[in-house]
Design a protein around this ligand. Sequence first.
Ligand code: MF3
Ligand code: CO
Length: 258
Amino acid sequence: MILLKSERDLAAMRPACRVARQVLDEASAFIAPGVTTRELDEYVAARIKAHGGRSAFLGYRKYPCHACISVNEEVVHGLAGPRRLQFGDIVSLDIGVICNGFIGDNARTVAVGGCDVLCQKLMDVTERALYAGIAQARPGNRVVDISRAIQQLVEGEGLSVVREFVGHGVGRTMHEEPQVPNFVEGKKSEKLRPGMTIAIEPMVNAGMPEVKILKDGWTVITVDGKPSAHFEHTILITEGEPEILTCEAKTPSELKAG
Ligand code: MF3
Ligand code: CO
């Protein structure tokens, strides 16, 4: 069942999304050579708390960290630890925040200092694919129109989309219906309707699309060891243009402070 959000729901969900975005911006700026992924995760925890939220990931199916931090060939769900980020690494940072009983979910990949041209292209294409998907997110279209736009853009650039993990409805819980794949499946897909809130999140590999999960039970890596990138926004379907809820905007505490 797809849960459509009322104006009242949205009044609660908007701040959650704003905090998720603010923390993603802050954590992106914290990334530098020499920083460990554990320090980054602790920084995320502190910033979420400072904005009055809590991590939507910590404890979810026993997930042990506040953020997902995935480096280079790690695709998603990377675990924080003693690893020191190095110049040239790319870091996919996924932040989910609960505020007022609602969740905001967003992600981006950033280079540590700088990166090679292949990684830069990978990140650029993945971000463009996210916006190509968002552009299709309007009434009259179906979920598959989002999926197709993402897949065509990525494959047209000679890169590949991950099949095993998909975008999703989001609201009071992190994973609601519908699923939002980044590729066209054979199945019939849902019509998009105003009030739907969905997380669109292309995961794009530089090489082959295949992934596997490490023995830690969480970290997803590319089978061929080539790098991967991930961009995500939580959006609202409206009567017209989609609204990006995890947009650049002030958090509730900043609004109060004027
Ligand atoms: N953005 C990811 C998702 O939508 C985050 C989930 S990580 C988990 O699935 F640890 F919470 F599972
Ligand atoms: Co998500």
